[in-house]
Design a binder for this molecule. Structure first.
Ligand code: FAD
Length: 434
């Protein structure tokens, strides 16, 4: 379905519409056809990235002064959801790259940076932007380490000061784009003798793909999002310098509490997968899906099911698009609650959409030769992605609806709290990320 059927085009800038049209063109002509093989082989969609690079997508959110398009978070999300209609793995990995650029773009504007930090940050981000604009570099963002919510405790991967720089040691789990990016954004905590690791010592370095000491390991044979090639990384005495820093110390860990929308950007992929499930169902019932030329609209049960799918999809998109478009630093409580609700609606809704699509299209739609089967498996991966898993969204919404802000710190949890990354507005204590 053309995006003109679900967006008011007058509300989208002409640059945005152009990139959405390009995304659909590349998707129809390339990504969709290649998705089957990348899913089957769990291989990385390199050709899709060549297309994205050639058409300017890698610099979508790089500020205009550095040669990018300067898209906002909402504009980026809108484009990414169009890519997700054709290949979920491409959209998901594209988010890893784009998020790295978003952090460099928007965290630079945070008013609480000191002048010294801002001067250093200006140099750091220019270096990354130039690599993307001039060399077409691709970034990944392996943060997860497996075993705990990475916002609850300081990141375990560590760096220690040595002559002329730092040595990084650690492990990263689920490193999408492993072996297929130019730079890994390695988030780690600087360790000091005799001091417990602290969130404020979080560092983020751009580590080149062939840095000595970096190894990609492990199998990658998951249920869905197979083309993301999210293998593990072992980091052993990797030498980096201040020049490799992407942000000043501690700034990364302020993203979640101050710019919460920037951590909800896996949702565009799943919005796209939902749309694809709906689009395929409509084409299938009309007898227009490839090789399936039977008109099945005659069955009232099918018509009712597709009506239900449309209703669900519109509910999801309305909430999600509004939440994305109002993304900003220091949002209001209403905006943050809308964001959490939108994240939940998309990550849960996508599973409902793909299941309904299979039920409605029937037995043949489960064949691996058709896209629904892949969309169904891909849709299972969204709700479990930290830091905003569906369970964590339920928890955050439960406390934000029932308690005043200054009561939240006293609401217990059974185990180590995942609430470190909960937005607190002006009510944050000095604990952890806040
Ligand atoms: C296809 C795919 C691609 C991915 N790509 C990337 C990537 O590029 N970069 C990246 O950083 N990560 C990536 N991830 C990882 C993802 O974001 C999650 O971190 C990961 O799926 C969580 O894995 P886990 O269930 O083993 O979590 P664990 O860390 O083992 O946690 C176990 C479970 O406990 C929950 N949990 C943990 N702590 C708490 C707590 N304090 N309170 C309540 N619940 C808690 C978690 O939500 C999770 O459900 C990817 C994952 C997938 C599936």
């Amino acid at each position: 379905m053309s995006f003109s059927n679900y967006y008011d085009l007058e509300c989208l800038s002409s640059d945005l519409r152009t990139m959405m049209e390009k995304a659909n063109l590349l998707g129809r002509e390339g990504f969709a056809a290649r998705a089957f093989a990348h899913d089957r082989d769990a291989s990385f969609p390199t050709q899709n990235y060549d297309d994205l690079r050639a058409h300017g997508f890698l610099k979508l959110v790089v500020p205009k002064e550095f040669g990018g398009y300067g898209f906002t978070v909402g504009e980026y999300a809108t484009v990414a959801a169009e890519i997700g209609k054709y290949c979920g793995a491409t959209a998901l990995t594209f988010n890893m790259h784009t998020s790295a650029m978003l952090w460099s773009n928007f965290m630079f504007d945070m008013p609480d940076l000191t002048e010294e930090e801002r001067t250093a940050f200006a140099r750091m981000r220019e270096r990354q932007f130039r690599r993307v604009v001039e060399e077409g570099a691709i970034y990944s963002q392996p943060i997860s380490e497996g075993g705990q919510n990475w916002t609850s405790k300081p990141i375990q991967t560590n760096c220690r000061k040595v002559d002329g720089g730092y040595l990084i040691n650690g492990f990263k789990k689920f490193a999408s784009l492993a072996g297929n990016c130019d730079y890994y954004c390695i988030v780690c905590t600087e360790h000091f003798a005799g001091i417990e690791p602290r969130h404020e010592d979080t560092m983020i370095f751009a580590v080149p793909k062939d840095a000595p000491g970096l190894t990609v390991v492990g199998d990658w044979d998951p249920i869905g999002m197979r083309g993301t090639v999210s293998r593990d990384l072992i980091l052993k005495d990797i030498f980096v310098t201040d020049e490799d820093l992407m942000m000043p110390r501690g700034v990364f860990s302020k993203t979640l509490p101050n710019w919460p929308h920037m951590m909800a950007l896996l949702s565009p992929t799943y919005m796209g997968v939902s749309q694809a499930a709906y689009d395929y169902t409509v084409a299938y019932l009309r007898g227009e899906a490839e090789g399936k030329g039977i008109d099945r609209r005659i069955y009232p049960t099918k018509r009712i099911a597709v009506g239900r799918m449309y209703q669900k999809l519109m509910e999801m998109r309305s909430l999600w698009h509004r939440a994305m478009m109002e993304a900003k630093a220091y949002p209001s409580k209403a905006e943050v609650m809308r964001l959490y609700a939108a994240q939940y609606a998309v990550m849960e809704g996508v599973q409902e959409m793909t299941a309904l699509a299979i039920r409605t299209c029937g037995g043949q739609s489960m064949l691996k030769s058709l896209p629904l089967e892949r969309l169904y498996r891909d849709s299972r991966c969204g709700a479990l992605m930290l830091p905003y898993t569906s369970e964590i969204m339920e928890d955050y919404l439960s406390v934000l609806t029932l308690y005043d802000m200054d009561e939240i710190d006293n609401v217990g949890t059974d185990t180590e709290s995942a609430r470190t990354s909960l937005w607190r507005g002006g009510h944050g204590s000095s604990k952890a990320l806040r």
